[in-house]
Structures are given as C-alpha cells and as structure tokens.
Unconditional design. Structure first.
Length: 262
C-alpha cells in the first residue's frame, strides 16, 4: 500500500522554511493512485491525468477542510470521464454534501451532472462497523468522537492495514478494532493543538500531544509506527516538540508530498 500525502494539516497556510516558502495544506491522502482518503487537497497537488485515476473518494466527515477539494475535482473531470467517481461516506456526510455543497447554489449538483443517467459523481453510503471493498482495498468505517458525525477508518490491502483516526477527541472503538487487526502496519493519528490549548481541543474535540499519547497507548502496540497529522500550521512546531518529548518509539510527522509505504 502506497500512501501519497497531498495535504496533512488542519488548515492551509504558506509557511517559511529554510528552503523557502512551503505550502501546508488540508488533509488528502492518495492510496495506490486510485482511492483518495479525505478531500481537503486534490487539484493543487495532482495533475489532471492523476485526478482522472481517482475512482473512489473516502470521506471521514463533512467539515470544510476535509471536503473542499471535491467540488473542483469533479468539475475538472466533468468534460472527460470513463466512469463516475464514487464518493463513499456515512449517510450524514452524503446528505450534507447534497444539502449544503452540491445544491446548485453553492456549487452545481455533480451527482446529476453532466447527465442524470451518467453523472460524474455517485454516492456510496457507508455504515460504521461494516466492511466494504473500494477497488482493491477493504475499508472499515468506525465512529469516532468529534463535533459532527465522523468516522475513522481501517484500510486494508492483501498485506497491510492502516488505522486512520479522522478528526477525533478521546475515543475507544477504533483502538479496539486496531488491536484485533494483526496486519496493522501504521497509525495516522491527529494532533491539532498544543497541550496549553487543551480547553479549545476539548471543546472542538481534537487531540493534543498528551492525549495523542494516551490514545495511542490504547492500541497496546508501542513498536508500531505512528504518524502525527492534522496539526494546525500555526502550532506545527510546538506540537512536534511536545510529541517528540513523549518517548514514543516510532513516531513521525507527516509532510506534504511524502510517500508512506506499508
């Protein structure tokens, strides 16, 4: 399983770095060129040819930073596509897209365009706890603890599995499923705010570094690689410093255009 990081932050920002300005962008992870996990960043990282290879878009929840690339993706594909792109998500997310995004006011309804019988985009409703096959991947959605209906995912191919937390505060079910997944090779776990912003993290239902550690410990596999993501760009360095002091054996920090191979 090859995971290309298109965006991995909790917002979009141009930040200074030693090699010059770097774009930190919202979450979008391209798996094996054909399955997109969350849709915060697409077109700013992918050529049109690469976008045309996407067959499934897997969404964790409806918040803007996780869906904002989707309208422009389907707009790009509308003039030339072989088959519809399948948007897979839970019912509240699909309904939210229809009601609030693709409603012919905020954006054209690409669930019916360019032709109602052959739209560029089709919906697949997912149910927490029920595995589905998306292309060559088995995907299990798991409800997590956020301010809107949200799922994390266990994503499996024939030899490896990834645990993707989605946006979450303290939760349990996804770690229970992770413990029962022997082929699990890595965890992508959010950490949005530094510890000193714990009250905001609690109110917005996101993790801080100290909670990041407590959540990972629920997996009971301290040697497993864990990747921090969804760090707010303004606090990226502070969050990284705090996580680095926690003594986690194989922790890393995702960056745009990184490739993770499981």
């Amino acid at each position: 399983m090859h995971i290309r990081v298109l965006g991995c932050h909790g917002a979009d920002c141009l930040v200074d770095a030693t090699e010059g300005p770097v774009r930190q962008e919202s979450c979008g992870f391209l798996i094996d060129d054909s399955v997109l996990l969350d849709a915060g960043t697409i077109g700013t990282r992918l050529t049109l040819a690469e976008q045309r290879r996407i067959r499934f878009v897997l969404l964790s929840h409806l918040h803007f930073d996780h869906i904002k690339g989707l309208p422009l993706l389907v707009d790009n594909l509308a003039e030339q596509f072989v088959a519809p792109v399948t948007v897979a998500a839970t019912k509240p997310v699909i309904q939210g897209l229809i009601d609030h995004v693709f409603n012919d006011q905020v954006y054209p309804n690409f669930f019916k365009l360019p032709d109602r019988e052959r739209p560029v985009m089709q919906a697949q409703v997912l149910h927490p706890g029920k595995p589905v096959m998306l292309d060559h991947l088995e995907v299990i959605p798991v409800s997590v603890n956020h301010t809107v209906p949200t799922v994390g995912y266990i994503v499996k191919d024939r030899g490896a599995a990834l645990l993707y937390s989605g946006d979450t505060y303290q939760t349990d079910e996804i770690w229970s499923l992770g413990r029962m997944t022997p082929e699990l090779k890595a965890v992508f776990l959010e950490s949005s705010f530094p510890d000193e912003m714990g009250q905001l993290a609690k109110k917005s239902k996101h993790l801080t570094p100290s909670l990041f550690l407590k959540e990972f410990q629920k997996l009971e596999r301290p040697d497993l690689p864990i990747y921090a993501y969804h760090m707010k760009p303004e606090f990226h360095h502070r969050i990284e410093e705090q996580i680095s002091r926690l003594g986690i054996k194989r922790v890393a920090f995702l960056a745009e255009e990184q490739i993770v191979t499981l």
